[in-house]
Structure formats: structure tokens, C-alpha cells
Design a protein around this ligand. Structure first.
Ligand SMILES: Cc1cc2nc3c(=O)[nH]c(=O)nc-3n(C[C@H](O)[C@H](O)[C@H](O)COP(=O)(O)O)c2cc1C
Length: 365
């Protein structure tokens, strides 16, 4: 018997999904402050052979935690103790905002999926930067040598007009780039009205240009810059984004965010409709996420980092993404279903000699 699914059923599945997230994350942070923290860190440390060179950095393992889980950098170090090779915090916006009214997160248990319309609830760039500075100091102390990598994902404040979006992204870039190992411009959440229009190359080019200039100046170094895209873009749009990435010499792409489609679900349509609008994540996203990855890789050579995310459940999924051209892989939704040792299990399985990672798109060390 797997212990976590039983525990999940008994402890979490009856709770509102967002409350379950808050309680679960709270327990992870609590464990981190007890003597269990250092023990956990030793137990979950990824094996050396999983190290990957990407974005000019050494990642302890190709597998990391996607944006949205640790929106405010409130438990970045604690999550790293669970074996994630990188944690992407955020999405952080220029100003603090409460996000959409609750309920805004729904579980689709049979489909191992989630629907969310969180709406970038976060404490705002200034406050998150303060907290991230403390997290960074703690992470440096705890992981001498090769440490897990901190990604920072930035987005647009809801009440800022789309025409003023660049200035809003620049607030976050300025405050957070000095603390980020890499920075992601998120233009693909379905839960901020109009945001996805910024994915058009005409809007994206000036946005990325200004964010890169501001981030590098604020950090006084080159901060690797990536763009996160939606799975709902057409193949032609994806090709255009890839061309832009090449033209601008951008460091990479995160693919993909959640989808607004409701395809591939086994739960009845009425229940899905009753959950309302929002982004769908987890297993039903898997196929499109892999297609987008493959498409991107046909346009981008190995020097461009592709972080593949969407429907990743186990080590076989991670391996399949690496084989299909991903440099790094992330997950979120399956973490809720698989429990705190999810990343550790994936790392262990990846490191097993019979399942060695064949990653031709990153340098292994
Ligand atoms: C509850 C929830 C909140 C999310 N919040 C963000 C976010 O703030 N920024 C972002 O770029 N992606 C966000 N995502 C998307 C994830 O980072 C990821 O791209 C997506 O869920 C697909 O991966 P998965 O199928 O492994 O969950 C969120 C996803 C979920 C489920």
C-alpha cells in the first residue's frame, strides 16, 4: 500500500483544494524548522550523476517545481529540501494583489488534474524580494557546493492597463532579478484578462527587450531570461515565438502553462462546467505539452534552454521529455497527488542505472 494516497484521501481530499494546499505547504515549512529538516535534506539529495548544466548554471537534477506553488517565496528552501533541483517562485506582479474570489482551485481526482483561476494572488515584488533575500541566504548556507536553483516568474498586475504592462513587469524585474538565478516572463496565464495577448510577437519583443535590459542592469550580471507560453497557441504562433527567441538571443522558453481547453477529461461535462473558467493542468495537458516541446525543439538548437512542463507524473515522463528535447523539466499538479517525496522518487528513479537520463540538450557533469 502506498502511504501517501491513503493519507491524501483521509486528510486532504475532503478539504477545499486551496485550503489543502495551504495546510500541506504549511506542514512542509514546519518540518523544515524541526530537526527533520537537515535529515530530509541529506535523505533527498539528488545523486551527482543527475547534475545538468543549463543557463550557465549547475542544476542538481533536471527536475524542478513549476511556478504557482511558492508564489511568495515563503518556503523556497523547504521545497528544495524535498529534492527539487530548482524552484520557480511566483508569479510575482509589480503590485500586491489578492487574486480572484474563492473558490478558485478545483481538483479533478479521476483525471489527476486541477482547474485554477487563482489570478496571480501574491504579495507584490517589493515584499517578495525582501523574503527571497532571506530565503537565498538560508539556501546558500544549507547547500554548500551545488545548490538548487531559484527561478523567478513575473507577470502583470491585474488592474494595470495592458498598454502599461511593460512598466509593471519592470518593477518586478528591478526588484527580483538581483535575487534570481533565472527570470521568466509569464505571458500565458489564462486568469489575468488580456495577458495572453502579450504573446503576440509584436507585444512580446519590446516587453522582453525592456525586461532583459532592466534585469541585467539591476543585477549587474546577465540574468538568464525565458518566456513562458500557453499550450493553446497555434503551431504557427509557437514557430513565431521560437523565431523571436532566436532573433533576440533569449535564453529559453518554459512550455507550457495551463490550458483553457477541457479536452481529454473523463469526469462528466456538467461537473467540469460547474467549476467555471480557469486553467486546466495535470494529466490531460500532457500530450499537448509534449507536442509543443517537440515543435519548439525543431526550431531551437540545443543552446536554447527549453523547460518542459505540463502533465509530468513520474520519472518515465521526465525521461521522455528529456529525450524529446527538454533541457529541464518541471511539474506542479502531480505533486498534490503524489505527496512530499515525489521529487525524491523521481530523482532516485532517474539515477537508477537502468534508467540513465539521455539528455542531449544540456551538458551533464
Ligand atoms: C494552482 C496553480 C497555480 C498556478 N500558478 C501559476 C503561476 O502563478 N504562474 C505560472 O507561470 N504558472 C502557474 N501555474 C502553472 C504551472 O506552473 C504549470 O505550468 C502547469 O500547471 C502545468 O504543469 P502541471 O501539469 O505539472 O501542473 C499554476 C498551476 C496551478 C495548478
Amino acid at each position: 500500500m502506498k502511504i501517501y494516497p491513503t493519507f491524501f484521501r483521509l486528510a486532504f481530499s475532503w478539504m477545499d483544494a486551496e485550503l489543502a494546499h495551504t495546510v500541506g505547504f504549511g506542514l512542509i515549512k514546519l518540518a523544515d524548522r524541526t530537526p527533520a529538516g537537515p535529515l530530509l535534506r541529506r535523505f533527498t539529495r539528488p545523486s551527482r550523476e543527475l547534475r545538468v548544466q543549463a543557463l550557465g548554471l549547475t542544476f542538481p537534477t533536471p527536475f524542478g517545481l513549476a511556478a504557482g506553488f511558492d508564489k511568495n517565496a515563503s518556503g523556497t528552501g523547504a521545497l528544495m529540501d524535498l529534492g527539487f533541483g530548482h524552484v520557480e517562485i511566483g508569479t510575482v506582479t509589480g503590485r500586491a494583489q489578492p487574486g480572484n474570489p474563492k473558490p478558485r482551485l478545483f481538483r479533478l481526482l479521476e483525471d489527476r488534474a486541477l482547474i485554477n483561476r487563482m489570478g496571480f494572488n501574491n504579495d507584490g515584488a517589493a515584499k517578495v524580494a525582501e523574503r527571497l533575500a532571506k530565503q537565498r541566504a538560508r539556501i546558500d548556507r544549507r547547500f554548500p557546493g551545488t545548490r538548487p536553483i531559484v527561478g523567478v516568474n513575473i507577470g502583470k498586475t491585474k488592474k494595470v492597463d495592458l498598454k502599461d504592462a511593460i512598466a509593471d513587469y519592470l518593477i518586478s524585474a528591478e526588484d527580483l532579478a538581483p535575487l534570481a538565478d533565472y527570470l521568466v516572463v509569464n505571458v500565458s496565464s489564462p486568469n489575468t484578462p488580456g495577458l495572453r495577448l502579450l504573446q503576440s510577437v509584436k507585444s512580446l519583443r519590446p516587453l522582453l527587450h525592456h525586461v532583459r535590459q532592466t534585469a541585467d542592469a539591476a543585477a549587474r550580471r546577465h540574468v538568464p531570461l525565458l518566456v513562458k507560453i500557453a499550450p493553446d497557441l497555434s503551431d504557427d504562433d509557437i514557430a513565431e515565438v521560437a523565431q523571436l527567441v532566436k532573433d533576440m538571443g533569449l535564453d529559453g522558453v518554459v512550455a507550457t502553462n495551463t490550458t483553457i481547453t477541457r479536452d481529454g477529461l473523463s469526469i462528466d461535462a456538467e461537473t467540469v462546467t460547474s467549476m467555471g473558467v480557469g486553467g486546466l493542468s495535470g494529466e490531460p495537458l500532457k500530450e499537448r505539452s509534449i507536442d509543443v516541446l517537440k515543435l519548439l525543439r525543431t526550431h531551437l538548437d540545443a543552446s536554447v534552454c527549453i523547460i518542459s512542463v505540463g502533465g509530468v507524473r513520474d520519472a518515465a515522463d521526465v525521461r521522455a521529455r528529456l529525450d524529446a528535447g527538454a533541457t529541464l523539466v518541471q511539474g506542479y499538479t502531480a505533486f498534490l497527488y503524489e505527496g512530499p517525496f515525489w521529487a525524491h522518487r523521481i530523482n532516485k528513479s532517474l539515477a537508477h542505472p537502468s534508467s540513465t537520463v539521455q539528455n542531449t540538450h544540456a551538458t551533464r557533469r
